[in-house]
Design a protein. Structure first.
Length: 256
């Protein structure tokens, strides 16, 4: 049987060449996260770990603000070696499931965007990240919360279980972090058809369904009919729109 993480890795590796063009919200999330993080970031950092670096959107934004001696990039698939290298110093790669790998120590920064929602045991990872940071270290992250992709979950009964903002607050505090910033924001994208919604998710590597879920002609037809009936809206010109909600959480926390 294929492991869930292997399936996730294949999806994201396959979507690598379509991700940047399709991941509109994820790019907005990176920019917003960096704006919240900026007041708390050092101008220079010796060692930084990025969890779930993907195509490098957060890495690039971070390297514009922080001079990093050693940047350690993590993701499930080895194609991240194709990402732009650290222009200030060394780039190292930590390939595999971050929940199964030992974390580097003596870190000044740990950063992650649009990744933590995939973890099976977020509390354990937060505790390990806290332990891996230097005393004045900072953890900067975005993830997703309870209303994320709710249209897909409502219609297919498939999707991740997300933490609420209050859950994040409790988990971060329990892990020993001092909360410097914690907020949430919803974004709505509108598409021309339910099929376009699914294509968008495919192009970002997010199927929003489990690995063993299979679309058939009948389930796809039912999905499109239900999307039209429950979520579609019509503008003044008579054009139909099919919304998809992203529910982001932003966190900047220090080692207390």
């Amino acid at each position: 049987m294929t492991s869930p993480n292997a399936a996730i890795a294949r999806r994201f590796a396959k979507a690598r060449h379509t991700y940047d063009a399709a991941a509109h919200v994820q790019k907005v999330i990176v920019r917003t996260l960096m704006s919240y993080a900026a007041p708390h970031l050092p101008t220079a950092a010796k060692r930084t770990l990025e969890i779930g670096c993907g195509t490098g959107e957060l890495s690039r934004a971070l390297l514009e603000k922080v001079r990093i001696d050693v940047l350690i990039l993590n993701d499930l698939y080895p194609e991240i070696r194709q990402n732009p290298a650290n222009p200030h110093g060394e780039t190292q790669y930590l390939i595999g499931d971050i929940e199964q790998l030992p974390l580097p120590d003596s870190l000044d920064l740990v950063v992650s965007s649009s990744c933590l929602q995939w973890l099976k045991d977020l509390p354990a990872l937060l505790e390990r990240a806290h332990g891996a940071l230097q005393d004045d270290g900072v953890f900067v992250f975005s993830s997703f919360s309870t209303e994320n992709l709710h249209q897909i979950k409502h219609l297919t009964n498939q999707g991740l279980d997300y933490y609420s903002l209050k859950d994040y607050e409790n988990l971060l505090t329990a892990a020993g972090f001092q909360i410097l910033h914690l907020s949430e924001q919803q974004y709505e994208l509108n598409f021309d058809s339910p099929k376009a919604v699914l294509k968008h998710l495919q192009n970002t590597g997010v199927t929003a369904t489990s690995a063993d879920f299979r679309w058939t002609k009948s389930t796809l037809t039912q999905f499109m009919q239900d999307y039209q009936r429950k979520f579609a809206w019509q503008d003044d010109a008579g054009k139909w729109h099919y919304p998809l909600t992203y529910h982001a959480v932003y966190g900047v926390v220090g080692k207390a």
